[in-house]
Design a protein around this ligand. Structure first.
Ligand SMILES: [Zn+2]
Length: 338
């Protein structure tokens, strides 16, 4: 299979995954609404926002009740719904991986050896250090309780006339973002593990010696950590653990990244193809605007060796002269601090 076909197949598969993620996120947010509304009502009915006797005790009772109801009426049913939806998804990801092995010249002597039970997949996929199952049934319900508590305390702290955080800002939007990121990351991990299982257990040993290569999606939304990981080699038995939420990186067979092959990237001049000969760090440096989006304006400008052609950039140039140059590795190290 020509590289283009291979990548088309990859993109088609990624698109299917994206559609599943979007659908499950929509369902998750919809079924979360009644829980969020009930929590708000609980807070307002309790009068805990105005000064009351035994306020601390009341806050504890409210948050415990919010966590319980989020777990029972959202987390648990959501986990079951997710398991149902992910069952066919896992099969399709395994089929995709088999197709990819054969497309890159490998055979599948162990075909049929791998079966990934959905419960196991969901309880092993890791989202920010917790399993996807725990994230839905424990982490999100307790973070909802925490946000409700914050809202109660911020609301009370507002007596002096500061801007109060609305329930929408303090609770709903925070939890929604959490749910979106967790589901997206979780599904990505489940799919990535199902693919890796095929590479490791069903493909012939000669094909496996190539191993897998960490491959980041190169565009302005990529994070420095993932650009730095791009190109790192892993054994075919490796199971991906994302370094952060919403990680879009994938592990691909090394032969896909032969020097003559190209990848699809989105840099300063839009979507294009880039050769795998060039490492990801070099690609970022050659796309200054994208580099500044990835690293932030200051570190990005130091990395590419010039200020942007904006009012801010011209002002920097006038005040400090050209930016003090740093290497890609230095930029990655400086980045979290900025
Ligand atoms: Zn990533």
């Amino acid at each position: 299979m020509a590289f283009t076909d291979q990548f088309e197949a990859f993109l088609r598969n990624a698109l299917k995954q994206k559609q599943l993620e979007n659908r499950l996120i929509k369902e998750a947010l919809k079924s979360l609404r009644p829980v969020l509304i009930a929590s708000e009502r609980l807070v307002s009915d309790s009068n805990v926002l105005s000064a009351v006797v035994d306020r601390e005790m009341m806050i504890r009772a409210i948050t415990a009740s919010v966590a319980r109801s989020a777990q029972a009426s959202w987390g648990q049913p959501m986990l079951e719904a997710l398991q149902q939806e992910l069952d066919p998804f896992i099969s399709s990801q395994m089929a995709f991986a088999r197709q990819m092995v054969e497309a890159t010249g490998g055979s599948l002597p162990g075909q049929g050896l791998v079966s990934v039970p959905v419960k196991q997949a969901v309880s092993q996929a890791v989202v920010n250090g917790k399993t996807l199952a725990d994230t839905l049934t424990t982490v999100i319900p307790s973070s909802l309780a925490d946000q409700v508590e914050r809202y109660i305390r911020l609301g009370l702290g507002d007596v002096g006339g500061h801007v109060v955080a609305t329930y929408q800002d303090a609770v709903v939007s925070v939890i929604d973002r959490n749910v979106v990121a967790s589901i997206r990351t979780g599904i990505h991990e489940v799919g990535s593990r199902a693919q890796s299982a095929i590479y490791a257990l069903e493909a012939d040993p000669a094909w496996q010696t190539d191993g897998l290569v960490w491959t980041a999606v190169l565009d302005s939304r990529t994070c420095p950590t993932c650009v730095a990981l791009d190109g790192r080699e892993f054994p075919t038995t490796y199971e991906k653990v994302s370094p952060h939420l919403q990680c879009r990186c994938y592990l691909i067979p090394k032969s896909w990244r032969a020097p003559g092959q190209e990848r699809i990237v989105t840099g300063d001049s839009g979507e294009a193809r880039a050769s795998f000969k060039q490492d990801a760090g070099t690609w970022v440096k050659r796309n200054p605007d994208t580099a500044r989006e990835i690293f932030g304006a200051t570190i990005g400008s130091r990395l590419v060796g010039e200020w942007p052609d904006t009012a801010w950039g011209r002002q920097q140039q006038a005040q400090h002269g050209p930016p003090e140059r740093i290497s890609f590795d230095q930029a990655v190290k400086l980045w979290p601090a900025s």
